[in-house]
Design a protein around this ligand. Sequence first.
Ligand code: XIL
Length: 376
Amino acid sequence: MKRREFLAGALALGACSPVPSSRAQESVSSEGLAAHARRSGRYFGAAIKSRQLREDPDFTAAIARECDMVVQEYELKRGTTEPKPGKYDFSGADQIIAFAQKHRMKARGHALVWYAAQPPWLGPALKLANSGGREKLMTSYIDVAMPRYAGKISEWDVVNEAIEPNDGRANGMRANSMWMQALGEDYIDIAFHHARQTDPRATLFLTDFGLEHDSPRCERRRTAMLKLLDRLMARKVPVDAVGIQGHLKPYKEKFNQDLFARFLDDLRGYGLALSVTEFDIADKGGPPNPGKRDNEVAAVAKAFLDVALDNRAMRSILCWGLSDRYSWLSNFPDYKWADGQLSRGLPLDGQMRRKPLWDAIAAAFDAARPIGRSRA
Ligand code: XIL
């Protein structure tokens, strides 16, 4: 593959691999992205909310058509599921998993151990506990969430967002994390060992963001991630896979295919499986004309996915949402448009119509050399 660099704020469309138009595609077939993924031996999925399934039949039909994998956008985060110590509410996640089962989709679990979206009682409880108690406060969630969905959730984000070089630690670890503060880096080892024991069939993921771009920020984060993996592998921590979140911001940072390909090769070198777990593209800062912006967003997505899917360890692509109707980017302070218009960083627009980004994802799956699709 001849690879190239995509400049922040100056996406030269003419230089990009062509993305076929969706209207042409739709007239020949109504196949969803999952069908394209399947032919390349992969899965395609999206993050969803149970409320969308309850209240939005158009969106629900689009999920059923496009996806063969789903993940909860927030309904397995502990701040939602354990509002009071030991008092659980899995109603949202249960609905999502029931939907996945009904439609014979795979499901991911997001996320067991994270520094964010934790219930307010947890921080103070950790401060009061002794070391055994602190460990238990972490593993107790694994004990409840994993068995509940055993055989239904096949892969778990066991630890999400462990690194943050901006926190000032020489090794790039996230210092401003209740788990790091309570247990040190060992929290990662404990979480993975515990998860392995609790559901031996599940694929165990370490996931993080800011690994994608050609920028000093992402370079520091890639280095921190690889060094962390060196230590985890040396300690034989049972990490099976790395999830690249894939929140792209092409109008802020450059994307370089070679650089990203090398990083994925490095990850594969550890024997790890890979997935893009939260793909979307922040379009803020792009051309005001939405059509032009859609084409640029699609071009950078194609550049990114061509590299991701060139790696034989890459097993699935999941978008963080499916339709612009519900993108978190429309509300996130860094990415939302000042005039309130929807972010256009997902494959379907607000009316569930396929956009050039949809075509880019389909085309990237179509162009990828197939791998043997795992059934686990
Ligand atoms: C986001 C959700 O999309 C939002 O609805 C919520 O308010 C905040 O969290 N990385 C992650 C996800 O791992 O859990 C985040 O999801 C987006 C960034």
